[in-house]
Design a protein around this ligand. Structure first.
Ligand SMILES: *[C@@H]1O[C@H](CO)[C@@H](O)[C@H](O)[C@H]1NC(C)=O
Ligand SMILES: *[C@@H]1O[C@H](CO)[C@@H](O)[C@H](O)[C@H]1NC(C)=O
Ligand SMILES: *[C@@H]1O[C@H](CO)[C@@H](O)[C@H](O)[C@H]1NC(C)=O
Ligand SMILES: *[C@@H]1O[C@H](CO)[C@@H](O)[C@H](O)[C@H]1NC(C)=O
Ligand SMILES: *[C@@H]1O[C@H](CO)[C@@H](O)[C@H](O)[C@H]1NC(C)=O
Ligand SMILES: *[C@@H]1O[C@H](CO)[C@@H](O)[C@H](O)[C@H]1NC(C)=O
Ligand SMILES: *[C@@H]1O[C@H](CO)[C@@H](O)[C@H](O)[C@H]1NC(C)=O
Ligand SMILES: *[C@@H]1O[C@H](CO)[C@@H](O)[C@H](O)[C@H]1NC(C)=O
Length: 637
């Protein structure tokens, strides 16, 4: 790849060249070593945490330390028998630190001042001997926190009220401590998992938390509330907020006016949708900016940020499965031809039922992130189907007719490795594509996510299954869209979704005709191939190149620098495999997480060679899709 074309300045080129030839020493080694020195018990780290070495460098990597291009970002030090003082001062010098896991060690005493690490996303301290009360405002400056696990310690006193304000909180595990007093009303919609069991909590379970059922509250004999089928006595504290459902009442009437009442038709819907979209745009733009220098290479940062969208109750109460919704879809299509009324959703694939815009607007929307072609959010509809709504930022110039034809074609795709869109919405200034939500999210997220399990979740057989599924999906697309210059055009790990069975589903394919007449075609990943960069040419072989990147990414576990606009960070997997082949060191590239399946090393190496052949920079020498697929299918677990 012609890296230079992506780099904004000579300075960066200098840095890049400098880094290529001399390993860039991370500055984070010093504070990290100080952290170790402050511990009383750290023998398990002695062999790798060596003073003066680079904690991040491949050859000197320190146990439990994970880095991005410049910084230490994650500390996974669970199960290490560590004890003693936790030098927060030192940790505070690790500017990139986002995850601290000290689970199952022997730390004791009051909770250290982790709240000075204001950017932390995950704090895992379960199964230590921490004790004492946690100040009520402890978490007030830790707005980035998504996961807090303090279970199986000896904390006492009240559960800190400041937890209520953590808008991104997804996981809260406080079980098996000595917490007492009332439960603060944790009404944030982001919250997915809680466990407060086996404490000494008292009073009413806040109604907003009843959605979690009774289990997270087990083993607290003094709790009461409807979830436990145990009525609270009248004089019991009830400072809790209104139930979550009633939040609908608090809808900000942002511009939508006090509600023309039910049945006011698509006009009101549009105001709501516009508000939703505006919110999304603002959120995404803001987050995008803030995160630019912050491990953006993982792109997953946005994946579980959530935004709540309140919907006026008038809409919520509609009977959405009634004919009315469907009729309005029909009529609005006609209407739009007259140019008067705005369109609704056009269902192009009825496998998940027929639904309309109100179904979509019902639920809280969750921002999933913004990719090359636009942003996406998730919504759970009344019929239980979770969908992803994608805003196609860059196709705004195509006519309704072209859009309709092309997207309907996508709606006819039927293959176990292809995600078929369900519906679309077209307006001159706004185009949305609705698809089913896929359980495990994107491959990008699974491979490089920050969920405390790293990519260990993907074992060798799963990775092979994913690669083979991707290959089959590509084969199908290259057959169905054989006449397109780019049958897929945008293959990359963020566009490969993983089902609960670890089957890959290709997404965001065959958009080429929709955007081929605009600058934005550059957003397609196939436009980062050497032929596109050097000669502005693309072909089905550009898809082969992208497939090669995915293969290399999956087998090495590395984040390809090709996914980044400025190529700053990540690993240039194309160059890496080239060098490894010339030096006969291919096996060293295999992700250590799978390299221990020793009887399969040969198969993994074969895949790396296929990846190399797919990413051959000369299109002429690059293998064709059919050959790539054939060779991939020959690999056995
Ligand atoms: C806790 O860590 C110790 C090592 O310090 C390990 O032997 C033990 O298996 C770990 N326990 C759990 C539940 O992981
Ligand atoms: C836990 O803390 C309580 C006081 O809150 C104390 O009585 C008890 O001994 C502690 N338990 C352990 C295992 O440290
Ligand atoms: C919500 O609004 C309805 C009527 O608009 C009202 O009867 C109800 O009391 C409100 N609920 C709350 C919690 O404010
Ligand atoms: C909604 O409409 C459907 C079909 O018209 C009907 O079967 C169902 O009972 C209605 N549900 C409610 C809650 O009114
Ligand atoms: C929508 O309109 C088409 C023809 O315009 C008709 O065949 C179809 O039955 C209508 N669908 C509904 C749900 O009314
Ligand atoms: C690999 O992971 C999958 C899914 O977690 C699991 O079903 C399978 O048994 C694992 N295979 C091996 C060999 O561990
Ligand atoms: C754009 O796509 C249309 C098909 O939708 C095709 O007819 C046209 O030739 C394409 N334009 C270019 C410049 O490739
Ligand atoms: C290989 O290592 C990974 C993580 O280090 C572990 O989860 C897996 O069970 C190991 N597999 C074998 C076959 O040892």
């Amino acid at each position: 790849m012609a890296a230079a074309s992506f780099l904004p300045s000579c300075f960066l080129i200098f840095i890049l060249i400098f880094c290529l030839y001399t390993p860039c020493l991370s500055n984070d080694g010093v504070p990290l070593y100080e952290f170790k020195e402050a511990l009383d018990e750290s023998a398990s780290l002695d062999s790798t945490w060596i003073k003066g070495t680079d904690p991040c460098h491949k050859e000197t990597k320190w146990k439990g330390v994970e880095c991005n291009a410049e910084n230490v970002i994650n500390l996974y030090l669970m199960n290490n028998g560590l004890a003693g003082d936790i030098a927060i001062d030192s940790l505070a010098n690790l500017k990139g630190l986002r995850v601290v896991s000290l689970e199952n060690n022997s730390f004791s005493g009051p909770l250290p001042e982790f709240n000075r690490l204001t950017k932390l996303k995950s704090l895992f301290l379960a199964q230590n001997e921490f004790s004492g009360e946690i100040p009520s405002d402890f978490f007030s400056k830790m707005g980035s926190l998504k996961k807090i696990e303090l279970a199986r310690n000896n904390f006492s006193g009240r559960i800190p009220d400041s937890l209520v304000k953590l808008e991104n909180l997804m996981v809260l595990f406080l079980e098996q401590n000595e917490f007492s007093g009332p439960i603060p009303s944790l009404a944030q919609k982001s919250l997915e998992k809680i466990d407060l069991s086996n404490n000494k909590l008292q009073g009413e379970i806040p109604p907003a938390m009843s959605r979690f059922g009774a289990k997270p509250f087990d083993g607290n004999p003094d709790l009461c509330g409807t979830v436990l089928s145990k009525e609270c006595k009248a004089d019991e504290e009830s400072e809790n907020e209104a139930p979550a459902e009633d939040n609908i009442n608090e809808t900000k009437e942002s511009g939508s006016g006090p509600g023309p009442g039910p049945g006011s038709g698509s006009g009101a819907k549009w105001v709501v949708l516009s508000v939703v979209v505006a919110l999304l745009v603002v959120t995404i733009a803001f987050k995008g900016k803030r995160k630019e220098d912050d491990f953006q290479m993982l792109g997953k940062d946005n994946l579980d940020e959530t935004v709540q969208v309140h919907i006026p109750s008038s809409m919520k109460k509609r009977n959405l499965s009634s004919r009315k919704g469907i009729d309005s879809m029909n009529s609005s299509r006609k209407g739009s031809q007259k140019g008067g009324k705005k369109g609704d959703l056009i269902v192009i694939n009825e496998e998940k039922g027929v639904f309309g815009l109100p179904d979509l607007m019902k639920a809280a929307a969750e921002v999933l992130g913004s990719g090359g072609l636009g942003s996406a959010y998730k919504a759970v509809m009344a019929n239980g189907v979770s969908v992803v709504v994608k805003r196609l930022r860059d196709v705004n110039k195509v006519s309704r007719e072209t859009f309709d034809t092309e997207v309907r074609k996508l709606g006819t795709m039927r293959h176990q490795n292809i995600l078929t869109p369900l519906a679309y919405h077209y307006r001159k200034e706004e185009k949305l594509l609705v698809s089913e939500f896929v359980a495990k999210g994107s491959l990008l997220y699974l491979l490089h996510g920050d969920r405390g399990i790293s990519h260990a979740e993907l074992n060798w057989s799963t990775r092979l299954k994913i690669i083979q599924g991707v290959a089959q999906g590509m084969g199908y697309l290259h057959n169905e869209f054989a006449q397109y210059e780019l049958p897929h055009g945008n293959l990359k790990s963020s566009n490969i979704l993983i089902s609960s069975n670890y089957d890959p589903l290709l997404n965001d394919y065959a958009f080429y005709p929709l955007i081929n007449n605009t600058q934005s075609v550059q957003q397609l990943f196939a436009y980062k191939t050497p032929e596109a960069v050097l000669y502005q040419q693309v072909s089905p072989k550009s898809d082969v190149f992208c497939l090669g990147i995915v293969i290399l990414e999956i087998v090495t576990g590395k984040f390809p620098s090709q996914y980044l606009n400025n190529q700053k960070g990540g690993t240039d997997v194309v160059q890496w495999i080239k060098t490894a082949i010339s030096e006969n060191k291919v096996s060293e590239l295999i992700d250590p997480e799978i390299a221990n399946v020793s009887n399969s090393l040969e198969q993994m190496e074969k895949l790396l060679y296929i990846g190399a052949d797919c990413t051959e920079s000369d299109q002429e020498k690059r293998i064709v899709m059919r050959e790539a697929i054939k060779r991939i299918e020959e690999i056995k677990v």
